[in-house]
Write a new protein. Structure first.
Length: 164
């Protein structure tokens, strides 16, 4: 399915970035100041990864680790999964779904020219929301199936103990 809308038409053209050696507090402040949920990570002026507000929470705050004494480098920024500006936004959405991400750096050859977010796509093509919902429904079904298998496994272990 193609929408006829290119990534270039709805991407952010001046994405906010942070140096790999910057403090996490500085990164979080940048996100808060710009009301965004992700930053491109750069080293020597080249994009090398991406970090999100959720990364900071999951890897530090939720584990009781003080992020104030940490740097962006400590977060091990995710590998860049990118897309070209000519790609259709449907293809971008499929890429996001397949990789479980919400932000795609846009590359023209080796040059970073923008950032496309899930919100950017849904602003211009809200009917694609169904694909996003489908992703989360599939993830939830998988979680329930794993929980059921685990419960069944526990019950089987108890039955085996009682029989012995």
């Amino acid at each position: 399915m193609k929408t006829g809308i290119s990534v270039h038409e709805c991407m952010t053209t001046k994405p906010i970035s942070v140096d790999r050696d910057a403090g996490l507090q500085d990164a979080a402040k940048l996100m808060a100041d710009h009301r965004i949920g992700a930053l491109l990570v750069k080293e020597h002026g080249t994009a090398v990864g991406i970090i999100t507000d959720q990364d900071i929470v999951r890897h530090f705050v939720a584990k009781g680790i003080n992020p104030l004494a940490r740097s962006v480098r400590d977060l091990r920024a995710k590998e860049l999964i990118t897309i070209s500006p000519e790609a259709d936004i449907y293809d971008a959405l499929v890429t996001m779904r397949d990789h479980g991400i919400r932000h795609l750096p846009v590359m023209q050859g080796r040059e970073l020219i923008g950032l496309l977010t899930l919100k950017d796509i849904l602003k211009v093509e809200p009917q694609l929301f169904d694909i996003v919902v489908e992703k989360y429904e599939i993830m939830e079904e998988g979680r329930k199936a794993r929980a059921a298998r685990k419960a069944m496994s526990s019950e089987m272990d108890e039955d085996e103990l009682e029989a012995a």
